[in-house]
Write a new protein. Structure first.
Length: 488
């Protein structure tokens, strides 16, 4: 299926600013569908050029209400109609006027009432919205439904006047409060003359228990006891006056409300506003709990790193006091292994997830290894590791450390001077090879029977922790230490 922009480009010659206006309308029109209890379809005139008379229309967007049942079971996006098939759409496009008060028509088993609204921008009718409602559900409407419909009529008129969507309004409409979350209607002075039950419940949650109608909304919020660094009373009165489109959050000791203020206009005159309220107390509590949990986990990793560094320092001190060179070397190897584990926890303590960017860990491993080697080594890395969970990262850091140090201490001890690490990722199958151009392996070498403690550790960790395989072999002029493992 063609995208929104592709449908426009293939069927019309609109400018970038005109396309942007239609795109902003589609982002915002959930509000219109919910307020009018109606399905909306956006019809774009099909023209060869700006001066041509439309051949017909193509449906470029469609939305169903969350406040009522849909009247369309099928998707209309991409469908076309010829000029003359839908006279009300033709008339809205030609006259630039909203067409209401039409007689319902039986479509399938439902009596549907259709209204058409021209979408005007810069004095030009860009498209037409067709609004479809179940006529049977329009009988004996409640006070809430009457207010919703009146507001919808005013915003549709703003669309026809070119004043909706409101230009240069920066807020995240995806996360913004919805009509069903709670709605307050303000007059031109910011006084409340309708509040939905959910809006009353939201304000009750943050501590306001009195009647809302005929009260000034800014003064209502100014009277509440706020929590933390909230705006001053004067700021709340300005924010909630209804003069400007605003998104704000109010927090009291009892709860948190997400607030969206949308001004209503008629021509060039401001006639009031609607305020959408969403009680986000539980959501914010979960957010705080997650932040606290993340901070706790990061602190744990930080402390583990510090403890490992302390152990490493103690082992280093002990190795300096031991006169037996074999024991001293064993302690030095223990220092190196503890440091490799500490690197993983250091990385975890500096990020917000439990996934480790292993390339950072590897850079430190290779840096430490080469700096401690007395010979000048040429090093090259091919490929990248990416991210691993902490369990894989910890085992992998130790295995890679052992293979690198085995190459430096044994493979490059005589003639070799080149070390290469190759990383290959085929889906979730990883192959990591440590290659050196040194003296090579003994002819009778057997990894399973090797007395080298580092290689025994690498073998055990690869099989038990990584559920992979490891082998050392001669590959032409190179000796390769290669591990293979899968990630989930």
């Amino acid at each position: 299926m063609a995208t929104f922009v592709e449908l426009i480009s293939e069927n019309s010659k609109l400018s970038d600013s005109e396309i942007e206006h239609l795109a902003e309308l589609v982002v915002e029109w959930r509000l219109l569908a919910d307020l009018s209890f109606a399905d909306l379809v956006l019809w774009l005139p099909i023209r060869k050029d700006q001066k041509s008379w439309p051949e017909g229309y193509v449906a470029i967007a469609q939305i169903r209400p969350t406040t009522a049942a849909t009247v369309f079971s099928n998707d209309l996006i991409g469908s076309t109609i010829a000029w003359g098939v839908r006279p009300r759409i033709d008339q809205a496009l030609s006259d630039g006027e909203i067409l209401r008060d039409t007689e319902p028509e039986l479509i399938g088993e439902i009596m549907i009432k259709e209204e058409t609204i021209p979408v005007i921008f810069g004095g030009k009718t860009l498209a037409v919205i067709s609004r479809h409602r179940n006529a049977d559900l329009m009988r004996l409407p409640s006070k809430l439904e009457l207010n919703y419909r009146e507001i919808a009529h005013k915003i549709f008129q703003m669309v026809a006047d070119g004043n909706f969507p409101i230009r240069n309004s920066i807020y995240n409409s995806e996360s913004a409060p919805r009509v069903g979350d709670g709605l307050i209607r303000l007059d031109v002075n910011g006084t409340i003359f309708f509040a939905s039950p959910n809006a009353r419940s939201a304000l009750s949650r943050v501590g306001y228990q009195n009647e809302l109608e005929k009260e000034n909304l800014g003064e209502v919020f100014a009277s509440l006891k706020k929590s933390g660094n909230q705006p001053t009373d004067e700021s709340w009165q300005t924010l909630l006056s209804g003069k400007f489109l605003r998104r704000a959050e109010f927090e009291s000791q009892e709860g948190v409300i997400d607030i969206l203020v949308i001004p209503l206009t008629q021509g060039d005159d401001r006639i009031g506003a609607i305020v959408l309220l969403h009680n986000v107390t539980e959501l914010r509590n979960r957010d705080r709990a997650l932040i606290t949990k993340d901070a706790t986990i990061k602190e744990i990793h930080h402390r583990v790193k510090n403890n490992l560094q302390t152990v490493s320092a103690l082992l280093r001190l002990q190795s300096r006091r031991v006169e037996d060179p074999i024991a001293s070397a064993a302690l030095s190897e223990a220092v190196r292994r503890v440091a490799s584990i500490a690197l993983v926890h250091e990385t975890l303590s500096n990020q917000s997830s439990e996934s480790v960017e292993f390339d950072q860990v590897f850079e430190q491993i290779i840096k430490n290894a080469i700096e401690l080697n007395p010979r000048k080594i040429t090093f090259k890395k091919v490929g990248t590791f990416g991210f691993f969970d902490s369990k894989i990262a910890t085992a992998l850091s130790l295995v890679v450390t052992e293979l690198i140090h085995n190459a430096l201490e044994h493979g490059l001890s005589d003639s070799g001077e080149s070390l290469t690490v190759e990383v290959n990722n085929d889906g979730n199958l990883y192959t990591v090879a440590v290659c050196d151009d040194g003296s090579g392996l003994p002819s009778d070498f057997n990894l399973e029977k090797s007395a080298n403690l580092g290689l025994q550790i690498a073998n055990t960790l690869t099989k038990n922790e990584l559920n992979g395989s490891i082998k050392l072999f001669r590959d032409g002029p190179l000796t390769r230490g290669e591990i293979r493992f899968k990630t989930s």
